[in-house]
Design a protein around this ligand. Structure first.
Ligand code: FAD
Length: 409
């Protein structure tokens, strides 16, 4: 058997075997019989979160479920579906999700487990769309939780620590159209004086920079209303399609140029049928309170040369506050500083540690599906409630692995 790796290829999983259940009953039997088990989603995380030396469970072969609720405000999906497939099916029914990540390739359950997000000052991360969960506990029991249940906010972005999520119910809304524009060379002076307005200028706004110069290289602006004029806070409209990573062909990117199109073909930067991002990379990301956004950007700018030496591109996004216990956006409107690194762990890790040193005092919380060296989860307000919940679902630590031991203690 070929060694199994994550999407980025920087992690080789240590699992004894990979199990492919075809039904929820099979998941329950496999979980009950296992002594150690982790679930693998689509493998897009950059660390050992999904790893195990026991059984790795893939839910990709579960029967596909896309069940729209009677009032058309929710959809129930299986624990193996990816956003790309779900989004296409929802749009065909005249429905939409509130937001998407930069790529549609990731599994819904895996993205929700790590509080994956898109951008938008008013939009919570993707886990905030979850209205219900069906989880197989360590003893094989199927537990159903709904928004409003006491344990629910702990169980949504739970890193797989409570057991396989075999189905989720998500909030949906009527389908809508967006227009995507790319602007170039946003002056640093505008970033310093008008950051809040720049980030709030559309449904979803992303700023991209390589930190090679002082200006922001690109603004990806996704809006309901058309833009008038070629200027965005001093940045100029690009004269053709652009990829966020300098030098990469834009054919893998969703349509730009202000052409209206369905939400799921504009919110992700990358198209489902192409390799997303650069394809040869590592990623890190830190979430900060939006109140320190300017200071956080300045702190990275101070390390510009160190960062630029191992960077492909940096993306700045916003996420609205939520109440999910392990979410990096728990109780705070956030600014996220994302780094697409070169694919060289040894070169990247010291820079990650340097960034943690300057962003930590500002309240940085890492994206737990990406590369980090430290994460002070014990400082999250509901951490103790989460470990108690995990202890009830998994008293013997069947779903624990080395990284979770480090994070949860
Ligand atoms: C090119 C690229 C672009 C990215 N862009 C973004 C972005 O825009 N925004 C962002 O926030 N992140 C982004 N990410 C990170 C990615 O969204 C997260 O790492 C996400 O968790 C990946 O989902 P997955 O299904 O691949 O999960 P995996 O990596 O397979 O697993 C992640 C965790 O979820 C658990 N898990 C998976 N499925 C289940 C299940 N059914 N039940 C219980 N636990 C489960 C696993 O055990 C593991 O702990 C990007 C990653 C890549 C490679």
């Amino acid at each position: 058997m070929e060694p199994l790796t994550n999407w980025a290829g920087n992690i080789t999983f240590g699992a004894r075997r990979v199990l492919h259940p075809r039904s929820v009953d099979e998941v329950r039997e496999m979980v009950a019989a296992a002594s150690k088990l982790r679930v693998l989603g689509s493998g897009h995380s950059f660390n050992r979160l999904a790893d195990t030396d026991g059984d790795l469970l893939s839910l990709a072969g579960l029967p596909r479920i896309v069940e729209i609720g009677p009032d058309r405000t929710t959809v129930r999906v299986d624990g193996g579906i990816r956003y790309g497939e779900l989004a296409t099916r929802l749009h065909a029914e005249g429905l939409a999700l509130h937001n998407m990540a930069s790529l549609p390739h990731i599994s819904v359950a895996g993205a929700v487990a790590t509080a994956t997000h898109g951008s938008g000052v008013r939009h919570g991360n993707l886990a905030t769309a979850v209205a219900g969960l069906e989880i197989v506990r360590a003893d094989g029991e199927l537990i159903t939780l709904a928004r409003g249940d006491a344990d629910f906010p702990g169980a949504v972005a739970a890193l797989g620590a409570l057991g396989p999520v075999v189905a989720l119910t998500l909030d949906v809304q009527p389908s809508f159209e967006l227009r995507q524009y790319v602007y170039e060379n946003l002056p640093v002076a505008a970033v310093r004086s008008q950051l809040e307005q720049i980030l709030a200028g559309g449904y979803s706004v992303s700023l991209f920079t390589t930190w090679a110069g002082t200006d922001i290289d690109q603004v990806f602006l996704k809006r309901v209303e058309p833009m008038t004029g070629d200027d965005y806070f001093g940045a100029t409209l690009a004269d053709g399609p652009r990829h966020p990573v300098p030098g990469m062909p834009a054919e893998s990117c969703t349509e730009q140029g202000g052409v209206p199109g369905p939400w799921h073909e504009r919110l992700p930067h990358f198209r489902m049928e192409f390799t997303p991002s650069s394809g040869e990379e590592l990623q890190s990301e830190w979430h900060l309170p939006r109140s320190v956004a300017g200071a956080a950007i300045e702190a990275v700018a101070e390390l510009r040369e160190r960062v630029a030496a191992v960077l492909q591109v940096c993306e700045i996004r916003t996420i609205a506050a939520d109440d999910l216990w392990l979410s990096p956006n728990h109780q705070r409107d956030s600014l996220a500083l994302h780094f697409t690194w070169i694919a060289d762990t040894d070169a990247v890790l010291p820079v990650v540690a340097d960034l943690e040193k300057v962003l930590g005092p500002l309240g940085a919380r890492p994206h737990l599906g990406k590369v980090f060296t430290t994460a002070a989860l014990a400082e999250y307000p509901r951490f103790a409630d989460f470990t108690a919940l995990a202890g009830r679902f998994d008293p013997a630590g069947k779903f624990r692995n080395e990284l979770l031991e480090r994070l949860l203690g």
